[in-house]
Design a protein around this ligand. Structure first.
Ligand SMILES: Nc1ncnc2c1ncn2[C@@H]1O[C@H](COP(=O)(O)OP(=O)(O)OP(=O)(O)O)[C@@H](O)[C@H]1O
Length: 229
């Protein structure tokens, strides 16, 4: 279980996150929702060790060290908004960039990752920049999975992706949840996609938690109103 407590984050003099608490359980998808600019990406970056923060993040009760590499080594994987695929590197080389936090003898792509995204096996020698947006998103998720993480942080995986690939990505995320090995935190603007996947919903407003509810007990219309313009 990932537990973030009292997360506070500044960009220069601007306070963006105001004491956020978030719990993400293994075998569940915790969806973080909210209006543009409310701090969803900042929260993921704080938990991934990508930006200095105040507060604590623990995994199964153990405090996580600061810094992206240390968090990755501790089992936190992060799929950034916009995918950040290297366009000049091949698919195989892009996947290999995910190995940086692993010891040398563990640096291989698990077959299960290719089984989840067979298109990447077929396109291993193609450049990242030649892939469609949907294929790049699959590559970005696959790159995060090469470390066999215990927590997967996903930032808007459906952004700019065509509907049939969105369904595939939803299927993969659901499958990872059902496998039960990892806690998944999903930031998502596409309400129906998020609602369909979520076990728990955390709605943010102006960098603070407005709601934190199990999906089964949540009021869909009220949450939709809270997270829509
Ligand atoms: N590097 C940065 N420097 C200064 N301000 C930033 C930086 N990154 C984000 N911000 C500001 O912090 C606030 C929160 O941004 P953040 O990207 O975390 O929100 P978000 O909820 O993920 O938004 P979106 O849905 O548009 O991705 C916004 O006002 C944004 O303009």
């Amino acid at each position: 279980m990932l537990e973030a407590r009292d997360i506070t984050l500044f960009y220069g003099g601007s306070q963006i996150l105001h004491g956020i608490d978030l719990t993400a359980k293994r075998g569940q998808i915790t969806c973080v929702m909210g209006l543009n600019g409310t701090g969803k990406t900042s929260l993921l970056k704080a938990m991934a060790g990508r930006h200095p923060m105040q507060g604590t993040v623990t995994l199964d009760g153990k405090p996580l060290p600061p810094g992206a590499k240390a968090r990755a080594q501790a089992g936190i994987a992060y799929v950034p908004q916009g995918r950040e695929v290297f366009p000049q590197l091949t698919v195989a080389e892009n996947l290999a960039t995910g190995f940086a936090c692993l010891p040398r003898d563990a640096r291989r792509v698990p077959e299960e990752v290719f089984d989840l995204f067979p298109v990447l096996r077929d396109m291993a020698g193609r450049r990242g920049g030649d892939l469609s947006g949907g294929q790049q998103q699959q590559l970005a998720i696959a790159r995060a999975l090469v470390t066999k993480p215990r927590v997967l942080l996903l930032d808007e995986p459906t952004e700019g992706i065509q509907p049939n690939i969105i369904d595939q990505i939803g299927h993969v995320i659901r499958g990872l949840r059902d496998a039960g090995d990892m806690a998944i935190v999903l930031v998502e603007q596409r309400f129906d996609f998020a609602w369909g996947l979520a076990d728990r919903i955390v709605a943010l407003r102006r960098g603070a938690v407005l709601r934190d509810e199990a999906r089964g007990e949540a009021d869909r219309a009220a949450i939709l109103a809270d997270v829509s313009v």
